[in-house]
Design a protein around this ligand. Structure first.
Ligand code: TA6
Length: 302
């Protein structure tokens, strides 16, 4: 049910407003004591997150398309039940979860005064036709001083299934050429631009061309992004994630995407909590797996 009146009457709480970006395309606008955020029911997609009196932490394309079946360019697309291209190229890249409307379950203020939004998606005739498994997805989004997104996969089937997935976060940076990423030194990565060859990361990452890498990253380490133009450091924490994807399309690739605003590549960097082809996750019947990311701005040194 995407009807605005129904949504406002059923789920509206203080600081929450429902609007339509297009007919029957509702989004949730949140304003609380910590930050502002916008979440689309389509794809359970966090579109924006801006801590009070700070620059937005997420990048969102001005040319994004708000139409059922098309993933929003920017924010945090949920890539599930596969990451990347599918062997059958009739099937959408990054799975189908980001291309359809989810059901809103609840919006509450927790004890920390954060606004917590829960949405769910279950298998359907359409999904079973392309991915023959019964499942429930539940995403929980906590909007506070930081933004946390937690994606829980539940196997509702009688047989195990395996997934790859990502919380494909587009971070907002002042200038990609003045941006540096720390926390991946000495980690092996697969370079998508060099026939998936494997290399070892030495030192921090800098950006002066297209970059598309999958880092084998176990544990719950933090990635720190120095956004020097905005004199800040963006911290990306994660859990339930064995790989970290770093991507910037640069000029040529971004210019080929109609929903990627011109020059947008200069102001974005994807830092994705993921489980990709090297480490797919097997979920047993009745069992679950949770992938999560937390995005925040580091407190400035006093
Ligand atoms: O996460 C990086 C990546 O897999 C890139 O290879 C590029 O395809 C990007 O995702 C965006 O994919 P999309 O289907 O959203 O255009």
């Amino acid at each position: 049910m995407n009807d605005l009146l129904y949504l406002q009457d059923t789920f509206g709480i203080s600081g929450v407003e429902f609007k339509e970006l297009a007919p029957c395309y509702p989004v949730i606008y949140i304003v609380n004591g910590f930050s502002d955020a916008c979440i689309a029911l389509h794809g359970a997609h966090v579109m924006s997150f801006t801590p009070k009196s700070h620059e937005p932490l997420l990048w969102l394309s001005d040319a994004a398309i708000y139409r059922e079946g098309k993933a929003i360019r920017g924010g945090i697309p949920i890539c599930w039940p596969w990451f990347g291209d599918h062997p059958d190229n009739c099937l959408p890249a990054h799975g189908f979860a980001r291309n359809q409307f989810w059901q809103l379950v609840s919006i509450v203020e927790n004890i920390e005064k954060e606004t917590v939004v829960t949405l769910t998606l279950s298998d359907s005739e359409m999904s079973r036709a392309i991915w023959p498994h019964k499942f429930t997805l539940e995403v929980t989004i906590a909007v506070g001083k930081s933004l946390s997104v937690s994606l829980k996969t539940v196997n509702k089937d009688e047989k195990p299934f395996s997934i790859t997935s990502a919380l494909h976060s587009y971070l907002n940076v002042g200038d990609i050429q003045k941006t540096e990423v720390f926390g991946l030194a000495n980690v092996f990565y697969r370079d998508k631009l060099s026939n998936d060859q494997v290399f070892m990361q030495t030192g921090s990452l800098h950006f002066d061309r297209e970059l598309d890498r999958i880092y084998g990253h176990s544990g719950d380490d933090e990635i720190r992004v120095s956004d020097s133009t905005n004199t800040r450091e963006i911290v990306v924490g994660k859990s339930g994630s064995q790989s970290t994807v770093i991507w910037n399309p640069w000029i040529d690739k971004s210019s080929k995407m109609t929903d990627f605003e011109e020059g947008g590549y200069r102001h974005m960097l994807c830092v994705e909590a993921a489980n990709t082809c090297d480490c797919n996750i097997v979920v047993e019947p009745g069992e679950s797996h949770t992938l999560a990311t937390i995005i925040s701005e580091a407190d400035k040194a006093l």
